[in-house]
Design a protein around this ligand. Sequence first.
Ligand SMILES: NC(=O)c1ccc[n+]([C@@H]2O[C@H](COP(=O)([O-])OP(=O)(O)OC[C@H]3O[C@@H](n4cnc5c(N)ncnc54)[C@H](OP(=O)(O)O)[C@@H]3O)[C@@H](O)[C@H]2O)c1
Length: 263
Amino acid sequence: MKIVVIGGTGLIGSKLVPKLREQGHEAVAASPNSGVNSITGEGLANALKGASVVVDVTNSPSWEDAAVMTFFETSTRNLLAYGAAAGVKHHVALSVVGTERMLASGFFRAKMAQENLIKASSNPYTIIRATQFFEFVKAIADYSTEGNKVRLPSALIQPMAADDVASAVARVATGAPANGTVEVGGPEKFRLDELARQGLAAQKDPREVIADPKGRYYGMDIEEKTLLPGEGARLSETRFETWLKHSADQKPRVAGKSSGSAA
Ligand SMILES: NC(=O)c1ccc[n+]([C@@H]2O[C@H](COP(=O)([O-])OP(=O)(O)OC[C@H]3O[C@@H](n4cnc5c(N)ncnc54)[C@H](OP(=O)(O)O)[C@@H]3O)[C@@H](O)[C@H]2O)c1
């Protein structure tokens, strides 16, 4: 099958494209750098010619409220319209577990708008909602840092490796449209403060992580189970501890010294 991955150069897209190729599919990595722009429509008709599946793993360059809404609405409308015109048989989009519980955030309002446009279209689709990626644990801590202290609520979180997200998206993209939403999550639940503490410690980050009932997740108040996937979610295998070790092993070393830069 020809499968066009819009956002094919991003964190998930760049892991997804080789997985699809390994399975024998013609996977096209599309992004503005390769002349395909889901906002302006540039290159979309050509890229989607003969495609069976379009996978949307784009993200907005700006997370400012209005900008992120404009990005996901415009991009999704274009992908659905160009996809229908090209006869694409499956529209797959990556979204986030708990989106409807986090509408205090402009980013999640935009993801909700993206999901609603897909559901309202007549294109066959599957929305795949993933939990937070291990790769973003540091960013979660950074957002809640003041001085040397990270204040986070002790809400539950069930994160997963970006590589496992890409495998899950590949499975969905090569299957039949669900015309609905599927959820994927990680193998273990953590308390948010505990996850950040482990992640920072593994990077020898000296910040102190404090469990604070008034602490916020990306500036939002969240409940105990806001970030957790539902009962039917498919759970991935890679554990956080294994991923941390693997990430540390991959750090480039020069003449026996750590370069200090992440892999
Ligand atoms: N962060 C999490 O924990 C989490 C959890 C669940 C789901 N998600 C979702 O996963 C999705 C992918 O995230 P990611 O981290 O892989 O994103 P990312 O690394 O930021 O990559 C974004 C991709 O979108 C492309 N893009 C940007 N503007 C575009 C445009 N106008 N036309 C075509 N492509 C464009 C980028 O191309 P360039 O490289 O050329 O800029 C890049 O390939 C997001 O929708 C996010 O909501 C995230």
